[in-house]
Design a protein around this ligand. Structure first.
Ligand code: ASN
Ligand code: ZN
Length: 333
């Protein structure tokens, strides 16, 4: 049967109107993005197993911006998968989550009132719930990039999901969630160092996590301490998120895309930021060439300093900033 690659229109809930990769098959269109490893987007329609049905229909327009239209979450998920693909490909030269050119598929409308999203290596797939009241699907760009980055970590360093390595695994997902969101530069969702600010998971408009000062969420830690391996990995990620913020933007108060940040260091000493692009490159190269399954905070410091030394030289401002940022979260030499 005749098939053609199309560029559909997505009317998303969180990113406005976007272009989506789609495929025309006969007289119908479906959400198969042939330009990005044949990434497919499925509708579970509140089921919790299998793939449900591939989003398809008589036109190449997906969703209407409202959660009540079941295509809308599909459009957001397809856009999130696509922009995450583009980020890893165009910024880091990585083709797909495993680097093998194969797209992961997405499933939306998982269960009823399900307030989470998750990556699974077993299916090489992404799954999104619809949130409380099925009103805020967890399909924002940052959540999509966070979850799919779990797949990148599983394919590279394989950081064990407990103890300090678990915190670094979680931080890796938050770091690239922020990087992808800035990369997308959507008018409706400009980049920020917050995680989950669009999905209102707390019901009061606050984000799930803050990278400039992780303790703002009431549970995450701003700095490393000897017992940090004993807390939930979504909280032990805090110091590494804070390190990434400090390295990107520096310490102190700052406003970016209308969001105000304040990032004090644990040692009270200033950090001069080197910009998000260099910080992201250093973390990506450390993840893919230095870290392993048991990397802890001290080893992450060693690995990132080694990467920065290779990239910029031992006496560079970049190595100094990396070292200062680790000191700023209480990880010393
Ligand atoms: N959404 C959660 C996360 O990615 C799911 C989990 O606990 N792994 O962290
Ligand atoms: Zn996670």
């Amino acid at each position: 049967e005749w098939q053609a690659v199309e560029n559909g229109t997505g009317n998303t809930q969180y990113s406005g109107q976007v272009t989506l990769g789609s495929t025309q098959s006969g007289s119908t269109y479906n959400l198969t993005d042939a330009g990005r490893g044949s990434t497919k987007t499925y509708n579970l329609n509140r089921g919790t197993s299998g793939t449900g049905t591939l989003f398809s229909g008589p036109d190449d327009i997906w969703g209407n911006g409202q959660a009540s239209n079941l295509e809308t979450a599909g459009a957001d998920a397809a856009f999130g998968a696509g922009i995450t693909w583009d980020y890893y490909k165009n910024v880091h030269g990585r083709s797909g989550i495993r680097g093998d050119g194969v797209g992961a598929y997405s499933r939306v409308h998982y269960g009823n009132n399900y307030v989470n999203a998750f990556w699974q290596d077993s299916c090489f797939c992404m799954t999104y719930g619809d949130g409380s009241g099925n009103a805020k699907p967890l399909t924002s760009i940052d959540v999509a990039a966070h979850e799919m980055t779990h797949g990148v970590t599983a394919a590279t360093a394989k950081l064990v999901y407990s103890g300090e390595s678990g915190g670094l695994n979680e931080a890796t997902s938050d770091i690239f969630a922020a990087a992808v969101e800035f990369y997308a530069n959507s008018a409706q969702d400009k980049g920020d160092y917050l995680v989950g600010e669009k999905i209102d998971i707390n019901g009061d408009g606050t984000p799930l996590r803050y990278m400039d000062k992780p303790s703002k969420d009431g549970a995450s830690k701003d700095a490393w301490y000897s017992g940090i391996g004993g807390i939930d990995v979504h909280y032990s990620s805090g110091p590494a998120n804070h390190w990434y913020y400090l390295l990107s933007e520096g310490s102190g108060a700052k406003t970016i895309n209308d969001v105000s940040y304040d990032s004090p260091t644990s040692d009270g000493l200033p950090v001069t930021g080197i910009g998000r692009d260099k910080a992201s490159l250093i973390w990506f190269k450390a993840l893919t060439t230095k870290f392993n399954s048991t990397t802890n905070y001290a080893a992450a410091r060693t690995g990132t300093i080694a990467v920065a030394t290779e990239l910029y030289g031992a006496t560079s401002a970049e190595v100094k900033a990396v070292t200062d940022a680790w000191a700023g979260i209480n990880v010393g030499g």
